[in-house]
Design a protein around this ligand. Structure first.
Ligand SMILES: [Zn+2]
Length: 440
């Protein structure tokens, strides 16, 4: 098994001598960068000047872990006050309007140097999947200069890989035609969109063995979708973790496919107890919090992502000394506490329902029903797949590892199953979560 290419990347990025291990060198480098980052943002941004007023200089990680957090609300409400560069130096602004909310959008600002760091990370991270001469078809937004697809394409050109920027899938036949034009491509895309290509109306028209590999990129990826793509296409499927705030790239799985090796030269990652904000014990699940180490435009210090995951403490089978972030388990607060006890989260539904043949996507809501709670599902299926999906939904929920008990104990009952008629299931970029429509 090939070691993650991020090890070589870090070896080159992190200074130090032969007498220290890579882990020791990374620790030293990160502490130094954290100190510099805190001083930099304090000197440059009114928001951080206020936030860190009276805070002592960072002498060690323990001290660092007592600094106040920053949040998505800060980005929304304090945006420009968090800027550390003049507006002239800003090369790109990414605006994120969360669905269903009004009020100010999140805006994240990047300088040319910040974007270059992302390109550099992509170039090294993609070496996990492709070698020089290969083709990568990018089903992510890539039309605008410095958009994620554009940055990825620039990274691939550097490593002599041929990028084809196709954009999010809007027309399945056109997407298929692009795939068939390039033998043994690597596809990069959004989980439900790539699933629909493999399973939807064009199922079987991309033969097993044609696609060499797939990289799925979002905040979290259902394991069930990975498995189905591997089964249908016979290819390797790896996942990437990142968000706009991490500078798009955050971490990427290695050949072991078991946890993300992190972008440690640019990001310092902590796991904290979401309730108390205290550091989680080694290997315990908690909220992912990161600090940018080299960002100039809008550095983020102890930024709460709202994502739940753990740091994997056991060594990776690929043989690297680098840490791994475990699979993201969904969003904090996105779970629903049920009337009769128990708790349900969207990833649990994903793992139970995506294995059902014909499912392309679904949404879920919980409503009050009599004494308890009821789950209503709205599926997007392959043409003519409605009956099979309706028949299999309850058995799948009863068998699901994280849903079975809730349904067997009647803590949750299955209400209506409806179908989203026709059309393409959308961009799939919205965060997946269960809607809570209970009164009171
Ligand atoms: Zn590994």
């Amino acid at each position: 098994m090939n070691k993650t290419p991020l090890e070589d990347w870090l070896n080159a990025r992190v200074p130090g001598h032969g007498d220290a291990t890579l882990t020791e060198r990374i620790d030293r480098y990160q502490l130094q960068r954290l100190r510099e980052t805190v001083e930099y943002v304090r000197g440059k941004s009114p928001f951080y000047r206020d936030l860190f007023a009276g805070v002592d200089p960072v002498t060690d990680l323990k001290r660092f872990s007592t600094l106040p957090f920053t949040t998505a609300d800060d980005l929304r409400e304090q945006g420009l006050r968090m800027l550390c560069s003049s507006q002239d130096e800003i090369e790109r602004v990414v605006t994120l309007q969360s669905s269903g909310t009004t009020g100010p959008a999140k805006r994240v600002f990047f300088t040319a140097q910040d974007l270059e760091a992302t390109v550099d990370f992509f170039a090294h991270g993609m070496a996990t999947l492709v070698e020089p001469g290969a083709t990568v078809i990018i089903f992510l937004p890539g039309e605008l200069p410095d958009s994620v697809g554009d940055l990825l394409a620039r990274a691939l050109v550097r490593t002599k890989v041929n990028p084809v920027v196709s954009g999010p899938v809007r027309d399945q036949a056109a997407a298929r035609a692009t795939i068939m034009k390039h033998p043994r491509p690597c596809l990069v895309g959004i989980p439900t969109q790539i699933l629909a290509l493999a399973r939807g109306d064009l199922a079987g028209t991309i033969s097993k063995g044609w696609v060499a590999s797939v990289l799925l990129s979002t905040d979290y990826v259902p394991k069930a979708i990975e498995r189905e793509l591997e089964r249908l296409w016979g290819c390797r499927v790896l996942t990437h973790y990142g968000m706009t705030e991490t500078g798009l790239g955050g971490g990427v799985e290695c050949a072991a496919g078991d946890g993300y090796h992190l972008r440690e030269a640019d990001l310092y990652t902590e796991i904290v107890d979401p309730g108390t904000g205290m550091p989680a014990a080694d290997g315990e699940e908690g909220e992912v919090v990161f600090t940018t180490l080299c960002r100039r435009g809008m550095p983020l210090v102890r930024y709460r992502t709202g994502d739940l995951a753990r740091l994997v403490t056991s060594p990776c089978p690929c043989g690297t000394a680098l840490k791994r972030l475990g699979r993201v388990q969904g969003r904090i607060g996105a779970g629903i506490s049920l009337e009769n006890g128990g708790r349900i989260r969207m990833p649990a539904l994903d793992e139970a329902l995506f294995p059902i043949p014909g499912v392309l996507d679904f949404s879920a809501e919980v409503r009050s029903q009599g004494e308890g709670d009821q789950l209503n599902l709205c599926f997007h299926t392959v043409e003519g797949g409605e009956e099979e999906v309706a028949r299999n939904a309850l058995p799948a929920l009863l068998q699901g590892g994280a849903t079975g008990m809730l349904f067997r104990e009647k803590e949750l009952t299955l209400g209506s199953i409806t179908f989203n008629e026709g059309g393409w299931p959308g961009t799939g970029v919205a965060k997946r979560q269960i809607q809570d429509h209970r009164c009171g």
